[in-house]
Design a binder for this molecule. Sequence first.
Ligand SMILES: [Zn+2]
Length: 281
Amino acid sequence: MHSPDEDIYKMPELPEVETLRRALAQELEGKTLQALHIYEPRLLQNASERELRRALVGRRLRAVRRRAKFLLLDFGEHTAILHLRMTGWPTLRPIKNPRFVFEFSQNKTLYFSDTRRLATLHLVPSADIENLPPLAGLGIEPFQPSYTFENFWAILQSEQEIKKLLLDQRKIAGIGNIYVCEALFASKIHPRRPANTLSKAEARRLFTQIERILARAIAEQGTSVRTYRVLTGEAGNFQNFLRVYDRAGEPCVRCRAKIVRIEQGGRGTYFCPKCQAHPHP
Ligand SMILES: [Zn+2]
């Protein structure tokens, strides 16, 4: 039997990072960073612990933002960009083996757990954020002004399979395998359709469903398939609302046909062969 393990490489996706962002913003915005300790040197991509300390300690955390799956800790002149990758998890509870610890004023301490040690931390001047790695080159993003139907339609003018195209972060940033499967199901589009064969009506449906599903997932605090947890350590809730993802062999909620799993680019795709019929199989 397959396992959804492959997808923890792509988790968390936009709704999970947004859920963590909101909680971190609520707890830490306005507090001053008083000390920082890096215990996992591999985390640091472009600055030493000393440089990080010099740039950030003594500064007030102005805002916690998000770009695609990246968390942006804005300290004014500089921003720390954190990518959770597979198992990265920020929390305010003391944990064993933290990869870093940020001590803030008012007795708030941020601990970062990362079993697989794949998370990354960049230090960038706040003024240049969008032009610097790792954010340069990310595509349009749901809930941002860049996410217009005109931009979306232009991206679809490609012979690439629609599922693979939607996963390409350089084209549309923030969504991964779980939410792409769900959006294609909701829009009744076969995942192998060449993107440029979608009608305008189909494209519009997909454009809308992507934001609708992501918004719903954010409202449910994200999807906990394996390791993702909210700031307090509890699981998200959207796994209870998945209609095709990881449901191979189960009856479709709309038509009772059996949900199918296929491989696309090494990733599992789940869909209903009846609701999402291919017009030219
Ligand atoms: Zn169906």
